[in-house]
Design a protein around this ligand. Sequence first.
Ligand code: NAD
Length: 482
Amino acid sequence: MKPAHYVGGAFLAEEPGAETFALLDPCDGSERGRVPEAARETVDAAVRAARGALEGAWGATGDTGRAAALRRIADGVEARFEEFVDAETADTGKPRELAATVDVPRAAGNFRAYADLLYGRPERAYTTEIPGWSAGAGGRALNYTVRRPLGVVAVVSPWNLPLLLLTWKVAPALAAGNAVVAKPSEETPSTATLLASVIDEAGLPAGAFNLVHGHGAGAAGEFLTGHPGVDAIAFTGESATGAAIMRNAADHVTPVSFELGGKNPALVFADADLAGAVDGTARSSFTHSGQICLCTERVYVQRPVFEEFVAALGERARALAGYGPMISAEHRDKVLSYYRLAREEGAAVVAGGGAPRFGDARDGGFYVEPTVLTGLPETARTVREEIFGPVCHVAPFDTEEEAVRLANDSPYGLAATLWTTDLSRAHRVAPRVRTGIVWVNCWNLRDLRTPFGGVKASGIGREGGEYSLDFFSEPVNICVQI
Ligand code: NAD
């Protein structure tokens, strides 16, 4: 499907002379098509359409109706499963199997999960006797709390898991009764367009979901997140972009939910199942060529098993085949610049460290080698900055105390992974690691009801299950004197 804006329940026809930009195939660098760049007026129209939906049919749709709508969307995604897998694979270059087993099933799952969650949500009710510590006259009252949607919600999403992360926010936003204006990454507009088509077929009232394409800074993303008609912003992307959006949103005091960058540590203790730790770290560092916010880029290994671990991980990196490219030439160049910087900073390159040569069309694509580094000080930029490629730096540690300190010595705090067979150690260390998520002897094992998000520069707020519904709605207390 050709990328198009979807506003007020209809795909907008391409206006002659309207601005477009090229969509490139990351596997060979060729142009796959053109994407319309939303002008400010298009973003205005989308926000107006969303407001209209809230004041009209969508605003009048109750929990049951919204849950049914979400289930129809989930069914629609599944009915066009192959089309979604094709579009996701074409936009990102990721292995088809990844799209077919993670991205697309999770997209349908996101809609189903929030349809289920809409039922049986306990509301809070308080005592009818106002206790002595209350201010005012006291007496008897019934206080109860209802939840109200925030209104028009802007959803701005990145290119790495385009469909999964878009639906991760759109589903709870709609479930809670909001109207949505979404802007996917300019690199990956295709699955978002398909989703608009599925939502259209699912028969949601016009304006409940709107989609605009375009760039971020100085363009559609900025027009949307600074828009006075937007009541909340849910954003996933780089920390620096989050900061820019926050500045832009500050004028209207618009609430934000941010899922941002990371520099995720893995701690491998000498008592770990070493084969499991190597396997897990190969997955956590190299899945989707390292382009998942949860990927490990800093590995700390207890000294007795350090050499063995590094040798095994290096071997795994060299043996990787069938991995996908970086999303763009620009991102490939950024990752390669870190491979060069690592050498300048004094790293030993255990595996990779460059761009592969295939001798076929892929040489026009945006590939980099899976890379394992050692030997850098903790002050090195390679160890401190998010690279977002298939690369990790491995350093030794001696004590548990030191491991915790190293893990926490980062401006980021998204996810950490612990590898140990000592149960007490796992429970002792996990709460001390300053990240929003800690995995023990696993990685990216997700229950959609659990809180998801980061601390420090990795985000603001939590999404997932009830946490998302909490962000996308506001509690209103009603006090009835009785
Ligand atoms: P990005 O910040 O460059 O772009 C994300 C989105 O923001 C895009 O749609 C872009 O057009 C838009 N945008 C850019 N500048 C903007 C501005 N000034 N105003 C409004 N919108 C703007 O991120 P990316 O490169 O697409 O994605 C990779 C980043 O996302 C990495 O840092 C990664 O760690 C992070 N990420 C985090 C999570 C998480 O859950 N914490 C998940 C996935 C990715």
